[in-house]
Design a protein around this ligand. Sequence first.
Ligand code: UGA
Length: 374
Amino acid sequence: MRILIIGVNGFIGSNLSQRILETTDWDVFGTDINIHYIKDLIDHERFHFAEGDLCINNEWIEYHVKKCDIVLPLVAIAQPKVYVTDPLKVFELDFEENLKVVRWVHKYKKRLIFPSTSEVYGMCTEDAFSEETSNLIYGPINKTRWIYACSKQLLDRVIYAYGRDYGLRYTCFRPFNWIGPRLDTMESARYGNSRVLTQFITNLCDNKPIQLVQGGQQERCFTDINDGLDALMAILTNEDATNARIFNIGNPDDVCSIARLAELTLNAFCEVTGKSPSDLPGIEVTSAEDYYGKDKGYQDVVHRVPDISLAKKLLDWQPSIPLESSVRSGVEYFVKHYPFRKKPQSFSHRPIIPYKITKKTQYLQIDHKNNVNS
Ligand code: UGA
């Protein structure tokens, strides 16, 4: 079987490629603008990599959609800080560029495995969010935090419609705060621009306090990447049971406040580095305005828990890795790769743009600034 992974160097792409190469005889065709997380895979005989940008290398990508059996378009900006500082970039990359891929998959009648997100539920107030019955609730337009959720939700809807009306073969999966090695980079964390676990670990490595936004009472269900990969492998190997379905992939059994995550991270950091808690800068409470920027449109969900009954039933899957050990493997990975000898740079004055700006996006940004309807 031939799998195409667009964004193969990312958190899910790099870990999934490794799992596929280790446990199957499939070929992985991958493209990405970076290679730092796949260096160990590059020489593998069944790993076929081409450096490339989803926004530019249309020919390579379309050709490989045609050539492969299953397509995973994993390129996206998935960091909340960027949703509020650069919402148009999120829309352009996460929606527009990925729509292109969905259409190629439809055109060549391939199978699509699409990463939706827990964010699509927004501020849903149910105890546990269900793929088939929960309402998706967002704030007003000036809360730009929801542009990622809207972009992903609209793609879910487009994919669903292609499936229903034209027979597109697809499965969408919704990761609920997957964590583990290679979640973001420590460089992006220095922009304040990574997801919470990498952010906490980077702060500790840089001898800076952990920042608890709004006191950290908001809750998430963190899920180990290896549990997530088990679910993805079940989806990849079982088209009949998973076709035209959306699956929540998360760990509802350990609902964790961000304050507790901070404590777990501090404990793991002390164990891994041999430091004592009194050597560390500790935990600071901050406001969302101070953390994400004043009038930037941040809004949070206070309680996010997946209903995973569908995944249990159709994938025969449930998570098994305890949160403490996931946090610890994240800490071990980043501490090992932390450039201790390098003095951390201060990036605070620089803009946050994690992906290359293409000609197209520059054009769009200029147009929007000039209020031209493009
Ligand atoms: C995430 C991201 O939107 C996506 O990566 C993803 O699709 C989805 O949710 C998911 O992984 O399930 P969120 O859970 O808010 O959103 O992501 P984080 O940036 O990891 O933040 C979690 C919580 O920690 C938020 O309440 C945030 O305000 C808080 N936080 C973050 C802190 O208290 N301190 C920090 O330094 C960073």
